[in-house]
Design a protein around this ligand. Structure first.
Ligand code: PLP
Length: 397
């Protein structure tokens, strides 16, 4: 037998391991120091009460013979109507009409960012931004696909635009972006949609952070852009929207209008899911359905407002220090230019040793991340304020 040797082409992911190791070593050497982590990409606020109540009710239903549920409904790839209808309702509020058959419930965005590739030949060329969320690159390396990069940098505000002379078949866009926090306007996304159509390519649009968008010029869904249903698949998550990182639920939209190679990608995806997936638990789906209820939306908005305030505290600090950054306004991520020409890892060490604050070196997300640094708004307000006070004190000197 032969193993999939493409795995041997994967780069070892040293980034978070090295951040963890360096932080642990520093804490061991300086146990008296209070180290604050502004590197966390996980949420810290608990589930909204409306979600918890819905999940309790669903558990009770599972405990009674009359209301017990086994496998989910197979005609909708195991999505329960309550959840499909709440997702369709949330799209309708963005002006997007979806058929229930276009909504596929998943266990989160990360899995589908990779799983969706089952639909495409490994001969296809993939276009990723650099810097990038590493899972997109790794999933394509595993499949042996050729990857090309669109340069995101200070000059384009970390929002690269397509180059018509470059041929690509599969294009990943994440907006608001991890790691850079930068977010495309509707007009910019229209250019990507037109490019994808001209290339007969498919856009894979990761909307994991759409709930952080406040500016009305920015899209929360690629389908707010005219023509996107012919070329884009949208991958969404309850993780950052509603604190579901440990619960696990998301949804992927594959429009019925999306046809490539004469085949409906919606039909192929339904076929793929019914073969390789058996759905998300009933309890989880009922909890997720409560997220977009009136009460649920009000409650999750409070949590998001909390993170947004943290992002503002960080952004205001950098503004006062005159440090260039993207993100923070429509995103929980702040992507800053390391001061005094430091490299990403030099700044990491400098901040850890002198302010006892941990962030994530940008170079870990791609070559264009060198000289940049990611801070996140997912900590507590108290820690965020204290970290910013220390950063100000250190960098003002
Ligand atoms: N997509 C992006 C851009 C992310 O940053 C993350 C998590 O950090 C995910 C997807 C993963 O989402 P999920 O928890 O739904 O798998």
């Amino acid at each position: 037998m032969q193993i999939n040797r493409n795995f041997l082409d994967l780069k070892d992911s040293y980034l978070f391991a090295t951040v963890g190791r360096k932080t642990a070593e520093y804490k061991k050497a300086h146990p008296e120091k209070d180290v604050i982590r502004l590197s966390i990409g996980d949420v810290t606020r608990p589930l909204a009460p409306a979600v918890v109540e819905a999940m309790h009710r669903a558990v009770d239903e599972m405990s009674r013979r009359e209301t017990f549920k086994g496998y989910g409904p197979d005609q909708t790839c195991y999505g329960y109507e309550a959840l499909l209808s709440s997702i369709a309702g949330s799209y309708a509020r963005k002006g997007v009409t979806l058929d229930f058959g276009e909504i596929f419930i998943s266990d989160g965005a990360k899995s589908d960012c990779g799983n969706i590739l089952d639909l495409f030949s490994s001969e296809n060329v993939v276009l990723l931004p650099d810097p990038v969320y590493p899972a997109y690159a790794d999933a394509n390396v595993m499949a042996g696909r050729k990857i090309i990069y669109a340069d995101a940098n200070e000059a384009n505000g970390f929002l690269p635009m397509p180059n018509e002379r470059v041929k690509a078949d599969i294009i990943y866009i994440c907006s608001p972006n991890n790691p850079t926090g930068a977010a495309y306007t509707r007009e910019q996304l229209k250019v990507w949609v037109d490019y994808a159509k001209a290339q007969d390519a498919v856009l894979l649009y990761d909307a994991a952070y759409e709930y952080f968008v406040t500016d009305s010029s920015l899209a929360r869904s690629i389908y707010e852009v005219e023509g996107a249903k012919d070329c884009a698949i949208e991958i969404c998550s309850y993780s950052k929207t509603a604190g579901f990182t440990g619960v696990r639920c998301g949804y992927t939209i594959v429009p019925k209008a999306l046809v490539r190679g004469g085949e409906s990608l919606n039909r192929l995806w339904a076929r793929r899911q019914s073969t390789k997936f058996n759905g998300v638990s009933y309890v989880t789906q009922i909890g997720a359905a409560a997220v977009f209820s009136a009460e649920g939306e009000r409650q999750i908005s409070e949590n998001i407002a909390y993170y947004r305030e943290n992002a503002k505290i960080i952004g205001d600090t950098l503004d006062r220090l005159g440090i260039w950054y993207t993100g923070g306004k429509n995103s929980p991520y702040i992507w800053l230019k390391c001061p005094s020409g430091m490299s990403s890892w030099e700044f990491f060490d400098y901040l850890l040793e002198n302010a006892n604050v941990v962030g994530t070196p940008g170079s870990g997300f791609g070559k264009n991340g060198e000289g940049f640094f990611r801070l996140t708004a997912f900590g507590t307000e108290e820690n965020t304020r204290e970290a910013c006070r220390r950063i100000s004190e250190l960098l003002q000197k």
